[in-house]
Design a protein around this ligand. Structure first.
Ligand code: NAD
Ligand code: UFG
Length: 339
């Protein structure tokens, strides 16, 4: 299939492009490089030794998107492009609603115009809010605590309504849990801008000496050791989950959790990182981070049953691969030292 991958130069998108190309699909990337670099596109091609078509465009730009649909016989769209920083979304809600919602509308309008019937959307476990774990696709969604989460819930609703109005349209809403790690080659991975907000990139910066110590946000949650529990999923497992979702897509709306089904606490992740890489990660416990929930992990039985997909890589592999990418790609950044 010819797959348009929006945000394909970014973290999850680039790994998914590799998995798509390895599965024999052709890839057209549309990315405005607002949170990624063009060199990622070259790295994808190097990894699989295949060509990728790249458009540096903003996918909220209807005309620019139309050019791609006009020039290629697109069989399906995987829509990753969007802003994703929870804290920033509270500061700049309009940017988040504009980018994340308008991009979905523009792309689905183009799908309608050019009769493209397959659409895979990057959603997030955040739409479950503070439900009881494990999260199951059939649960009622609870309000999220931030505009970013709301853009995911709204995009899900928009896509569901479109599919209802057009029975030929097939939509897969993929709710990611916590993607971490990097491609096993160490060539592509996650590159957070500035000081990372997420746990794994923060841990790799501490391991490297760029940041002094990890702050553990709260140890008084009702969890195994009091620290927050999450369902970390290796980004290559997540990437392969997209290929499975695309290849098994049938008419209507289908929702899948993409996680491992296993919860890991902050301290368990720190210990796994230390064990996997033989590096100490100093930490201190501080207060809870506003908006955090105690536990978030998936019921993954639906994806296994309907897509024949399960995550294969364990937390130790996630820690190896996150660290390999960090070592291969970045120099020490002394300016960050005093945090
Ligand atoms: P990322 O920032 O690395 O990738 C997003 C890509 O989209 C970037 O390359 C950016 O340049 C591009 N982009 C943003 N707005 C664009 C626009 N208007 N037009 C064209 N390109 C645009 O993020 P990621 O971690 O790879 O996330 C991909 C998707 O998955 C996002 O929609 C995100 O919300 C969702 N998601 C991510 C996580 C996570 O923890 N990383 C969890 C759940 C859901
Ligand atoms: N944590 C720390 N210290 C840090 C960073 C995080 O203790 O410096 C803790 C958090 O409190 C939480 C856990 O590590 O308990 C994971 O936090 P992350 O920030 O890595 O991830 P979140 O689960 O908060 O959120 C992520 C993405 C969201 C997405 C959600 C889906 O950032 O965009 O997963 O489950 F919606």
């Amino acid at each position: 299939m010819n797959i348009l991958v929006t945000g394909g130069a970014g973290y999850i998108g680039s790994h998914t492009c590799v998995a798509l190309l390895e599965a024999g699909h052709s890839v057209i990337i549309a990315d405005n490089l607002s949170n990624s670099k063009r060199e990622n596109v070259e790295k994808i091609m190097r990894l699989v030794d295949k060509e990728v078509t790249f458009y540096e465009i903003d996918v909220t730009d209807e005309e620019a998107v139309d050019v791609i649909f006009r020039n290629y016989n697109i069989d399906g769209v995987i829509h990753f492009a969007g802003h994703k920083a929870v804290g920033e979304s509270v500061e700049k809600p309009l940017d988040y609603y504009c980018n994340n919602i308008v991009s979905t509308i523009v792309l689905t309008k183009a799908c309608k115009k050019y009769d493209v019937r397959r659409f895979v959307f990057s959603s997030s476990a955040t739409v479950y809010g503070d439900n009881t774990v494990p999260f199951v696709e059939s649960m009622n969604l609870l309000p999220t605590t931030n505009p970013y989460g709301e853009t995911k819930a709204m995009s899900e609703r928009i896509l569901t309504d479109i599919a209802k109005s057009n029975p030929a349209f097939s939509v897969s809403l993929l709710r990611y849990f916590n993607p971490v790690g990097a491609h096993e080659s160490g060539l592509i991975g996650e590159v957070p801008s500035g000081i990372p907000n997420n746990l794994m990139p923060y841990v790799t910066q501490v391991a490297k000496g760029n940041l002094k110590k990890l702050q553990v946000f709260g140890n008084d949650y009702p969890t195994v050791d009091g620290t927050g529990v999450r369902d970390y999923i290796h980004v290559m497992d997540l990437a392969e989950g997209h290929v499975a979702a695309l290849e098994n897509l049938t008419e209507g709306v289908h929702i899948y959790n993409l996680g491992t089904g296993k919860g890991t606490s902050v301290l368990e992740l720190v210990n796994a990182f230390e064990e996997a890489n033989g590096i100490e990660v100093p930490y201190e416990v501080v207060g809870r981070r506003p908006g955090d929930i105690a536990s978030c992990y998936a019921d993954v039985s639906k994806a296994e049953r309907e897509l024949g997909w399960t995550a294969k890589r364990d937390v130790i592999s996630m820690c190896w691969d996150a660290w390999r990418f960090e070592k291969n790609n970045f120099l020490r950044l002394p300016t960050m030292l005093n945090r």
